[in-house]
Ligand binder design. Structure first.
Ligand SMILES: [Fe+2]
Ligand SMILES: [Zn+2]
Length: 335
């Protein structure tokens, strides 16, 4: 029996550190390199003492070094201690899915199906951004109850990614099998047709999380691209105002065109992860979104999207890492 060894790219520790107050992503290896590389640009953004940022950057570097082990420990603790209010929702069931979504997936699964055969059943925005109903309102309500219950519990949580400060990592919350089923059984048939050129045919891992937007916490999300080949973003509630998504070009293209998208309860947007996007501020209420970053090891093993180089692999002990794979390891020979 063999097991895939998942990895992260070494750039995870040092690259793409987001300084929200100056709206800039930086690399941090050590103090002198940082000051040399960024003092001037930070100065133009109104930062007169870049050296005051060093403790924060050091702390972020250390947080990232420990992140995978700590995340696994939290996952074990939550599995042991958390008392779900709706235990039935931790396993994906077809009844959670909007019947129209199931219909689109069965169309996509037909042999010889062409992309046009499914496009007429979903909304096509420009630039290969598609939206479609995903979950029923009833499921969204139960899921939200469970998320709020977990948020209010004293169990430890971590920020969902390097840009969103507030939310829940779904592997830590016990939803990893749920998301695997969603990805393998339902989303892959769609991404095979919609995004074969960016790895949509070979998505083999994911990182999934809930992001929350709320007055006094994060209200918006700066312009960025995802560490993913394909992203699904589903809105789980409707008690908020404004906060549209906006999309620009792919990360290696330039265009000033921006396309807006308004979230609707239970509806998801599918887009290429490396298409730049952001979220405008919400003006009222709280918004919960489910984000699934889907990864193809076949694609990213060739080029890490975060450092734009052949990835320098650091194996992780548990989980999918950032979706890179090293080689297969024969378990029998290692136990
Ligand atoms: Fe994103
Ligand atoms: Zn990298």
């Amino acid at each position: 029996m063999s097991k895939t060894q998942y990895s992260i790219c070494r750039c995870f520790f040092t690259h793409n550190i987001f300084l929200k107050e100056y709206n800039i992503h930086v690399k941090y290896r050590e103090k002198d390199q940082f000051l040399q590389d960024y003092s001037q640009v930070l100065w133009t953004k109104g930062c007169s003492s870049p050296d005051l940022l060093i403790p924060k950057l050091e702390a972020e570097y250390l947080r990232r070094k420990q992140l995978h082990d700590e995340s696994w420990n939290r996952q074990l603790l939550v599995a042991k201690e958390y008392k779900p209010i709706h235990p039935q929702i931790f396993t994906l069931q077809p009844l959670f899915l909007d019947p129209r979504f199931q219909e689109i997936v069965s169309l996509a699964e037909k042999p010889e199906q062409m992309v046009d055969g499914i496009l007429k059943h979903m909304e096509s925005h420009q630039e290969r951004i598609y939206s479609l109903p995903v979950f029923t309102k009833e499921f969204c309500k139960l899921f939200l109850d469970e998320l709020v219950n977990f948020e209010e519990s004293p169990l430890p949580k971590d920020q969902p990614n390097t840009m969103n400060q507030y939310g829940i990592k779904l592997d830590e919350f016990g939803f990893d099998n749920f998301i695997s089923s969603l990805r393998q059984t339902y989303l892959t048939p769609l991404t095979k047709l919609l995004f074969p050129d960016v790895g949509g045919e070979s998505l083999d891992s994911h990182k999934a999380f809930i992001v929350t937007y709320k007055e006094g916490q994060d209200v918006d999300l700066d312009y960025h691209y995802d560490n993913a080949e394909v992203t699904l973003n589903v809105c789980l509630n409707e008690d908020f105002s404004d906060g549209d998504l906006y999309f620009g070009p792919m990360r290696n293209e330039t265009s000033s065109q921006r396309l807006g998208y308004s979230h609707k309860l239970g509806r998801g947007v599918l887009h290429r992860g490396q298409q730049r996007h952001g979220a405008l501020p919400i003006s009222d209420g709280v918004r919960y979104n489910l984000i699934v970053w889907m990864r193809s090891s076949q694609v990213r093993n060739e080029l890490c999207p975060m450092c734009d180089e052949k990835p320098c692999l650091v194996p992780v002990k548990n989980g999918y890492g950032d979706g890179f794979t090293t080689s297969t390891v024969d378990i029998c020979s290692t136990v």
